[in-house]
Design a protein around this ligand. Structure first.
Ligand SMILES: Nc1ncnc2c1ncn2[C@@H]1O[C@H](COP(=O)(O)OP(=O)(O)OP(=O)(O)O)[C@@H](O)[C@H]1O
Ligand SMILES: [Mg+2]
Length: 351
């Protein structure tokens, strides 16, 4: 729940001489590890994660269930204490300058209890705005704009508990934005939203980053969302970052050529050695498909020559490039490249 995040900003004056915000790192994680007690042993949910997100960047944190995404976000929010490592938000150390750090963020956490259900949408926004130290006069126009743009203005006085899941998610997003924080942490922001609501939320995230320079860290299982919004993608598996690259580079680095040949029957069969490693033949009722993943032009011509020699009649030859989903599944399955191989250098990482 988001309440704990907000309670911690009640005493911002207690921290003396806060460090001046760093301009070049909005979200900084250094060697962050979280171990939970599990039975008599320990479970490492997040393992030595180091990540540096510059201001204005939208980064997608992807990974299978239980990879450590939510734990990472909760540690950035200060809701879960890391076992080791440090986290900074615009230069404020989350552990030592908590109030300053929490003021930098708006968060929508996993699940639907980010806002108070008995309160109306309007009351929630007023409440969270006041909790973060804003005066009512400052909150009202912003709440009005947020609720109007998210299509909730007409229903602003109804209790959030009576809203649909998508509407509750929109209120949670509005509550995270009410104080206009520079950094947004969004755990599965479009989960459970219908097509139109997901479009609204995605457009909002894109606009907040492009027009208002917000830094956004989002997790999602909807790879299309990550591909559309994030300029950088980090993949986490078993608590470790196994890939961290600009989205375009991730796509192109793994964009091996894949050819697909469709033919009528192959009367004489293909000679041994014609098919390159990884190639396979699928016989269908209408056509035979020959799939050549990772094949170069020379491999393709060898197979085509082989098909001609075998007296086969071609239907089509096409080239396909893997999408983010293929790449993601491969990384999750193999991960043999190791963290070093798929990490961009600091220079490459600039948004
Ligand atoms: N409070 C907790 N106590 C003990 N173990 C926990 C706790 N919270 C999370 N874990 C464990 O830490 C690991 C990472 O969980 P986490 O919720 O961070 O995964 P996730 O990547 O967000 O997964 P999902 O895609 O399912 O949301 C899991 O093995 C989980 O069981
Ligand atoms: Mg999660």
């Amino acid at each position: 729940m988001a309440y704990a995040i907000n309670f911690n900003v009640m005493n911002p004056g207690r921290e003396r001489s806060p460090v001046a915000p760093l301009a070049d790192v909005a979200i900084g994680l250094t060697g962050v590890t979280k171990r939970y007690q599990r039975g008599k042993g320990l479970l490492t949910a997040v393992s030595e994660v180091t990540l540096s997100v510059p201001p204005g960047q939208v980064i997608g944190l992807l990974g299978p269930n239980g990879a450590g995404k939510t734990t990472t976000i909760k540690m950035i929010c200060g809701l879960v204490l890391p076992t080791a490592g440090t986290i900074t938000l615009n230069g404020y150390d989350v552990a030592r300058q908590r109030a300053g750090a929490v003021r930098q963020i708006g968060a929508v956490l996993e699940g639907s209890r980010n806002v108070y259900w008995p309160l109306s949408a309007w009351q929630n926004l007023m409440y969270f705005g006041r909790l973060k130290g804003l005066r009512a006069v400052a909150i009202r126009p912003r709440a009005e704009r947020l609720l109007t743009e998210l299509g909730l203005w007409e229903r602003r006085h109804e209790s959030v508990g009576s809203f649909s899941r998508g509407m509750q998610q929109k209120v949670a997003i509005a509550a995270a934005l009410i104080t206009d924080p520079p950094v947004l942490l969004l755990d599965e922001p479009t989960i459970g939203l219908d097509v139109a609501a997901a479009r609204t939320v995605k457009d909002w995230i894109a606009r907040l980053a492009a027009d208002e320079g917000k830094t956004v860290l989002l997790t999602t299982h909807q790879l299309g969302v990550a591909q559309e919004l994030a300029s950088r993608i980090a993949v986490i598996r078993d608590g470790k970052i196994i890939a961290d690259l600009p989205t375009g580079e991730l796509l192109s680095r793994y964009a091996e050529d894949r050819f697909e040949i469709r033919t009528r029957k192959i009367p004489n069969g293909l000679r041994p050695g014609v098919l390159p490693a990884g190639g396979r033949i699928e016989h269908g009722a209408e056509a035979t498909r020959i799939l050549l993943p990772g094949a170069g032009q020379a491999d393709l011509y060898r197979v085509l020559d082989g098909l001609r020699a075998a007296g086969s009649q071609l239907i089509s030859v096409s080239q396909a490039r893997p999408g983010l989903e293929d790449i993601f599944l491969r990384l999750i399955r193999d991960g043999e490249e190791g963290p070093g191989a798929v990490r961009a250098t600091a220079a490459e990482r600039v948004a």
